[in-house]
Design a protein around this ligand. Structure first.
Ligand SMILES: C[S@@+](CC[C@H](N)C(=O)[O-])C[C@H]1O[C@@H](n2cnc3c(N)ncnc32)[C@H](O)[C@@H]1O
Length: 259
């Protein structure tokens, strides 16, 4: 099992501060795989259910699967639509769903902001026999990390966070072009027909949301001690104060591989 990076308090920050996905992303996935109320979808690496909840009203059932119990606990606490089941499991467990599915096939396997934790080539191959014709795999990313965006406030945030962690920050969690083309090539090699689209929107951000978002991306060991969090927040507030009301341009990327 993996996923300990999302244990404990990090799962709470994740549930509270990570953005969900706009309805347009659910619509795009519905259109790409012609999803209907007859379909079951697996949302792998579901975390606290950001994409799971967008899919639920569009299909018959969603299986939200994640190897981190704390993330699933937060997902349950946040409230589940009646057609969602939360399952403990990782990418390597996907093949084990076969007996539970019986003759039934999945409409889609979605992996949102989580593929960089998985063995993607093995997963794409393992998912194929579980999918119905015209169903497929979707790789979704939820914008750039807050500290790596093309904006002056983001550069200032990067300085604060990298000085706190004592290391430069460059990890992109699969949102960069190189990772995206690697995933597209791997989908194609596994026999899927590949397409992509972007859903963009603009949203306001405040300092509390930025600090919560940063904490949601740290491992439990990296989080500042509780008594040091006010000072951390103050450093972020001061660093971002020259930039006025903050806004984030969110680019959700959706890469689809259809069977
Ligand atoms: C950044 S969160 C994404 C959560 C949610 N899907 C979203 O879009 O916000 C990544 C999730 O992947 C999960 N994860 C890590 N390793 C995994 C693996 N090998 N298989 C499946 N999920 C994994 C983590 O536990 C975590 O909940």
């Amino acid at each position: 099992m993996t996923g300990s990076a999302f244990g404990g308090e990090v799962s709470e920050f994740y549930q509270r501060f990570r953005r969900g996905y706009p309805a347009a992303v659910g619509d795009a996935l519905t259109a790409a795989f012609t999803l209907t109320r007859d379909d079951v979808v697996l949302d792998l690496g579901c975390g606290t259910g950001q994409l799971t909840r967008v899919l639920a009203p569009r299909v018959g059932a969603v299986l939200g699967m994640d190897p981190e119990p704390a993330m699933l606990d937060q997902a349950r606490k946040a409230g589940s639509p009646p057609n969602v089941s939360w399952l403990l499991g990782a990418d390597s467990d996907v093949g084990a769903l076969t007996p539970a599915l019986g003759p039934r096939r999945l409409g889609a396997v979605t992996v949102a902001q989580a593929l960089h934790w998985m063995d993607h080539a093995t997963l794409f191959a393992a998912a194929r026999p579980l999918l119905r014709p015209r169903g497929g795999v979707a790789v979704v990313t939820n914008g750039e990390p807050l500290w790596l965006q093309d904006a002056a406030w983001s550069a200032a945030l990067r300085e604060v966070v990298s000085s706190y962690l004592g290391t430069p920050l460059h990890r992109t969690c699969g949102t960069d072009e190189t990772s995206q083309s690697r995933y597209a090539d791997a989908l194609s090699s596994a026999g899927y027909s590949v397409d992509s689209l972007v859903v963009s929107y603009d949203a306001p951000l405040n300092v509390e949301e930025i600090v919560g978002g940063v904490f949601s991306a740290m491992s439990p060991a990296q989080l500042p001690a509780i008594e040091a969090r006010t000072a951390f927040t103050q450093r972020v507030r001061e660093a971002l104060s020259p930039f006025g009301p903050l806004r984030e341009q969110v680019r959700v990327r959706v890469l689809t591989g259809t069977r």
